[in-house]
Design a protein around this ligand. Sequence first.
Ligand SMILES: C[S@@+](CC[C@H](N)C(=O)[O-])C[C@H]1O[C@@H](n2cnc3c(N)ncnc32)[C@H](O)[C@@H]1O
Length: 323
Amino acid sequence: MESRVADAEAREAQSAAAEGPASGDASQRLPVSEPLGAARWKLLRQVLKQKHLDDCLRHVSVRRFESFNLFSVTEAQKRTTEEDVAAWIQYTSVFYPEYSISLRHNNGSLNVEDVLTSFDNTGNVCIWPSEEVLAYYCLKHSHIFRDLAVCELGGGMTCLAGLMVAISADVKEVLLTDGNEKAIRNVRDIITRNQKAGVFKTRKISSGVLRWDNETDVSQLEGHFDIVMCADCLFLDQYRASLVDAIKRLLQPRGKAMVFAPRRGNTLNQFCNLAEKADFSIQRHENYDEHISNFHSKLKKENQDVYEENLHYPLLLILTKNG
Ligand SMILES: C[S@@+](CC[C@H](N)C(=O)[O-])C[C@H]1O[C@@H](n2cnc3c(N)ncnc32)[C@H](O)[C@@H]1O
């Protein structure tokens, strides 16, 4: 039940970002209109107190679509100790079942300190559909990463897509990053556990906190990567320009960025405008995979109540540096 509460908080953060003025600061994303505003404040209070949600409040959140079902999830290990707040689960690709990884969600709790002191917790509550699709896409096209240095930005509490590159591709190196420290602590534990199990193809896999708006974080890796990728990171008004700048600076001169994100109002377009101004060429793909397109059409037809194309269907952007 705790995870449901946390999940609801993230949905809330994202739906607020999609609906209204988006900002990187969780408190600023809370809308003020009544009675929705009051209900959302109640929702946040409940997150902080770790209380159960009642049915009525759950309706306040708009995101109820969870997944494209590209990975099967099984419990890998029961909770054993007090410190082991979240159970390990096994994520296996449905289409490429030879690729499987042990993951841990940060679903134990989002405590008061986490919410008040960290700048964004949307990556700490679930793997969003864009990340799932990016992970699937990386498995399907694992050959494109051969001998390349790859960095995932804003990968959240698992950086699932970067992990898939590390287990499937003959990649030179993979760096998994997010701006949230709690997310990266979880990613570090995931790497350690899977290294022990010997599932990575590359020995050079690492993780670290990388804030797009932090000069030191970006400058120490300037020009280092052939491919930078991210999923569902375009909706934060406050950080969109920094994200474009970070992608540009982290890439080597002929590098490419692979970005999956839903339209979320005008946020994807705003990202594209900024990227063009930063001298990127952009290819925009709506139908990049037959299976995902078919699934999307089916969801649109059969689940209009939970599936909203604007919020849930990830488009693929390929950014190439000009010059
Ligand atoms: C919606 S979550 C997406 C997480 C993951 N990619 C997924 O789709 O499941 C957005 C992520 O961007 C990260 N983020 C937001 N602003 C950031 C910044 N300025 N620098 C680095 N990461 C940031 C958050 O910590 C969060 O994990």
